[in-house]
Ligand binder design. Structure first.
Ligand code: AMP
Ligand code: ZN
Length: 115
């Protein structure tokens, strides 16, 4: 989608530290990491969030947990633990409106998902 930051990253129009890519998914390092391991996993095709899935983006998104587990292992947090989450909408704090999942790990992440 025109003007979408993560579409531009997926198309390599904007640089990112890409750690995984296949036909329909791409993963890259978060530019403002909140943990020693902080990756973003996105479908290459645009959708704004989980309420906006198309058959194409749903099929890509369905593969994200498996890719995340592989990336967690590759980044050394398989044993220590990691978190996969997606913010959807204003109350969740979504700031980039292209569906993405945060993979976080490398430190204790706390027992609460919200304050
Ligand atoms: P959210 O707040 O869930 O929408 O997450 C958006 C994430 O995108 C934030 O953690 C940002 O740090 C991250 N982000 C913003 N711009 C970039 C960028 N150019 N490259 C990598 N990550 C980015
Ligand atoms: Zn997009």
């Amino acid at each position: 989608m025109d003007g979408c930051l993560f579409c531009q990253i997926a198309k390599k129009e904007i640089p990112a530290a890409v750690v995984y890519e296949d036909d329909t998914l791409i993963a890259f390092k978060d530019i403002f990491p909140q943990a020693p391991v902080h990756l973003l996993l996105i479908p290459k095709a645009h959708c704004s969030g989980l309420a906006d899935l198309t058959p194409e983006t749903a099929a890509a998104a369905a593969r994200i947990p498996q890719v995340a587990a592989r990336l967690a292992a590759e980044h050394g947090v398989e044993a220590s633990g990691w978190r996969l989450l997606s913010n959807n909408g204003a109350d969740a704090g979504q700031t980039v409106f292209h569906l993405h999942f945060h993979l976080l790990g490398g430190k204790p992440l706390g027992g609460k998902l919200c304050l």
